[in-house]
Design a protein around this ligand. Structure first.
Ligand code: BTN
Length: 246
């Protein structure tokens, strides 16, 4: 996949722009990078704080050749790519199912994948937000978020970090399109996430709460959680929180 990055100083949301461009027929690999977003969005309709130069605000259009049931693996693939980009600049990240990357138990990156039907077939926009600076965090995330500056002591620009990130996105997206149809991405994810198995978690899905221990992933990337009675729940979407033993 060739990647062409279009940059903006300010935009509503790089995901919104990329979805529009995908609809209009833009090629796979077309990407948007902004210095600031006025309507950055996260999962479940939440907003994503996007102050000027405070983070990487990046979205890329993919036109995956995966069977529909395997589309959730794209989020895992993006997490693996972000993980390795952050590792390359000196961090020791952990991927929290399904779309967050943590460093030292604080969130540094969120990923939002959105599908859209286009004349050229289904397209997926992968939106990646990575905190570069900690100075402008809104109060509600100040205690639970971290940044590249915090963790490495270095101030990087979005462009610098994206140059590293796209290298890994190209590589792991290539793996995802291979005949294993996702198995290799699950293996890559497993190596990089402490959430893969044996983690005590609380899961919130559609207003329901479940407690249990993680027990691997399904072939489509869904999380398996074993409760104390031995039942396995398959989580396709939801918020997962680590429970600490007291
Ligand atoms: C989350 O943590 O819930 C996901 C956050 C995703 C944020 C990124 S920033 C770039 C792209 N544009 C958006 O509006 N959202 C994603």
């Amino acid at each position: 996949m060739d990647i062409e990055i279009i940059t903006f100083d300010i935009i509503d949301s790089t995901n919104i722009e990329a979805l529009k461009m995908a609809k209009a027929g833009s090629a796979e690999g077309t990407a948007i990078l902004a210095r600031e977003q006025t309507a950055g969005r996260g999962r479940f309709g939440r907003s994503f704080a996007s102050p000027k130069d405070g983070g990487v605000y990046f979205s890329i259009i993919l036109r995956p050749r995966l069977t529909l049931d395997k589309l959730p693996l794209i989020t895992l693939m993006a997490g693996v790519a972000v993980h390795d980009a952050l590792q390359e600049i000196g961090m020791n990240p952990d991927i929290k199912w399904v779309n967050d990357v943590y460093v030292n138990d604080k969130k540094i990156c969120g990923i939002l994948c959105e599908n859209t039907a286009t004349d050229q077939g289904n397209a997926v926009v992968v939106g990646i937000g990575i905190n570069l600076l900690s100075t402008n965090f809104p109060p509600e995330i100040a205690d639970t978020a971290t940044s590249v500056q915090n963790e490495t002591g270095n101030v990087m620009t979005g462009k610098e970090l994206v140059e590293i990130l796209v290298k890994y996105l190209q590589f792991f997206y290539g793996e995802l399109n291979e005949p294993s149809n996702g198995k290799s991405i699950i293996d890559e994810w497993k190596k990089r996430s402490s959430y893969y198995s044996g983690k005590n978690v609380k899961v919130t899905t559609d207003g329901e709460t479940l407690f249990g221990i993680t027990d691997g992933l399904e072939p489509n990337g869904a999380l398996r959680v074993r409760s104390s009675d031995g039942n396995i729940s398959i989580i396709q979407a939801g918020d997962v929180e680590q429970l600490r033993s007291t």
